[in-house]
Structure formats: structure tokens, C-alpha cells
Design a binder for this molecule. Structure first.
Ligand code: ZN
Length: 295
């Protein structure tokens, strides 16, 4: 669900004779085939070009047995995909259907959003100002000072003012109960790293999730960090972001999840524990959830 920059340049050259619309349609259709929409049956595909020139795909994911608010929209998936690959900004997004209000607000978090253009259903490229004028902006809560650190800025640490004193993942791991099972400790390290990269500039409540499907899942741990929206409700929880990572690795059977670690501060005013546990009970009843408070 990623097209590297050199391959995308070749693809563009191959469609340089006025067939660009056909190229985007083909990319969107290929993305939408990976959607998981057991509730609506409505598959959404999105593709986005990053500042690096790479192309990222996004799809919608729905989870039976939990509230619809747990759903991941295609545009959100695309942003998390870009984030997972270290992208610093998005320049163009094409979607198979009109972006909903929730996604328009979510995209307000993006770095250099004024450069972003969005099209859907044959529209010309539109700016977010055209799609969501007079919106509630990150600067409405944080002001426009140096603490404002947009999503995909390439400089995400704790995601907000006052974050520089937060411990690095390794430092925080030292404060974790060392009697934990080695496998859980490994997942804890991945969840701490995801929490360190998360975007929580409004609540300053960082959190991350790492999960393991079973012995057959090789490679780095599947993980995701919380992504917050200035309008609060379009925020994407760390479990959802980890499930995006799992989908990117080609997996769609959530019931195969065996072990999950959620890392968050003990006294956090925004806790992911209850919603993570409820979602896992519905989609992965065999999964063991470990809550780790690093300090
Ligand atoms: Zn949406």
C-alpha cells in the first residue's frame, strides 16, 4: 500500500499523454480492494502523494461489535500510513468518495496543509480551505507559537509544548516492571516508541499500542501511536493506528491477535484503556491486553 517515489515517477511518465485521471482511478480502485467494511459494505479508497514523492494508500476499516466511532476512515488510514513511513507532509490526496466532515477536520492537523490539494469523484484539486472554510484550527487551542507541531511535521516527539522533558523510550522502559514476560517487554518497548512518536498536542496524554499475532508474524512489532484532532472526536486511538499497521503488513483477521500492550501515563486525563479493552473483546477475544504505565 505504498508506491515508492521512483516507481510513481515512472507511472506518471507512462500516463503523461492526458490519461492522468485514469491513473488515479486505477490507484484508488487498487487501494479500495483492501478495505474492510463488514458493516456498510461501502469500500473507500484513497491515495496520497507525500512531499518525498512517494504515494500512500488508505482504506476504510469497520469493526463489528463496537460503536461506529471506532471506525478508521480511508483518509485517516492514509495519514497513518504516511506517518509510519516517516513522511513529512502530503501534497495531494485523491479519494473515491467525498471526504466526510470528520476527515476534513482530521486533515486540519497536517503539516503544510495549505499546500495540500484534495480531489474526489472528478472534482478539480481543492484546498482544505475550500472543503472546510472557517474551520476550528489547531491554533485556536494552542495559539500559533512554537509549541504548535503539526502532524507529519517530521519532528514528532511528545507532540506538544512541555514535551522536551519527557523521557526517551529506553529511559521510560527502565521504569517499567522488569518482571514482565520478555515477549511483553519487547512489545512494551515498541509501544513506548509509538507513544513517543504520537500526536497529542491538546491533551498531552501520549499513548501507544503494540501487538503480536503469533509466532508466524516476523519482523518489527506491529504498533501505532495515538493521533489527536483539535476537535477531539476525529482523534484516532493507538489501537486503531496499530490495526492500520497490521493491515499494511497484509493481515485482516483481527482474531489472530494474541498479545497487546497499551502504554499510557497512569494519571492521564485521556485514557485509552477502556476503549482498547472493549474493542479487543469484540474483534480479538483471545488477545491478552497488558496495560503498562511507564512512570
Ligand atoms: Zn471520513
Amino acid at each position: 500500500m505504498l508506491v515508492p517515489a521512483d516507481k510513481f515517477r515512472a507511472l506518471r511518465r507512462a500516463h503523461a499523454d492526458g490519461r492522468q485521471a485514469g491513473m488515479w482511478d486505477a490507484l484508488i480502485r487498487a487501494a479500495a480492494a483492501n478495505a474492510i467494511a463488514p458493516i456498510s459494505g461501502f469500500r473507500v479508497g484513497a491515495v496520497g502523494v507525500g512531499a518525498s514523492g512517494a504515494v500512500y494508500a488508505g482504506v476504510n476499516m469497520e469493526f463489528p461489535g463496537v460503536p461506529l466511532s471506532a471506525s478508521v476512515h480511508a483518509e485517516q488510514f492514509l495519514v497513518v500510513n504516511a506517518l509510519q513511513h516517516g513522511e513529512t507532509a502530503l501534497r495531494y490526496i485523491a479519494v473515491s468518495a467525498a471526504p466526510c466532515g470528520h476527515c476534513r477536520q482530521f486533515m486540519a492537523e497536517l503539516n503544510e496543509v495549505e499546500e495540500l490539494r484534495i480531489s474526489f469523484g472528478g472534482t478539480p484539486p481543492l484546498s482544505l480551505d475550500q472543503l472546510l472554510p472557517h474551520r476550528f484550527r489547531p491554533s485556536d487551542l494552542l495559539g500559533s507559537g512554537p509549541g504548535l507541531r503539526p502532524l507529519l511535521s517530521g519532528n514528532l516527539k511528545a507532540g506538544g509544548p512541555g514535551s522536551s522533558s519527557d523521557p526517551a523510550p529506553d529511559e521510560a522502559l527502565a521504569a517499567v516492571d522488569s518482571s514482565l514476560d520478555p515477549g511483553v517487554l519487547e512489545l512494551t518497548q515498541a509501544a513506548l516508541a509509538a507513544a513517543a512518536r504520537c500526536h497529542a498536542p491538546y491533551s498531552l496524554c501520549r499513548s501507544g499500542v503494540a501487538l503480536r499475532l503469533g509466532a508466524e508474524l516476523a519482523g518489527p512489532a506491529v504498533s501505532g501511536g495515538y493521533v489527536e484532532s483539535v476537535a477531539y472526536n476525529p482523534s484516532l486511538g493507538p489501537l486503531q493506528c496499530a490495526l492500520v499497521c497490521m493491515r499494511l503488513r497484509g493481515h485482516a483477521d483481527w482474531s489472530r491477535i494474541e498479545e497487546v500492550v497499551l502504554v499510557e501515563d497512569r494519571q492521564a486525563s485521556v485514557s485509552q484503556e477502556a476503549v482498547t479493552a472493549a474493542t479487543l473483546r469484540a474483534i480479538a477475544p483471545r488477545a491478552r491486553l497488558h496495560i503498562v504505565h511507564p512512570r
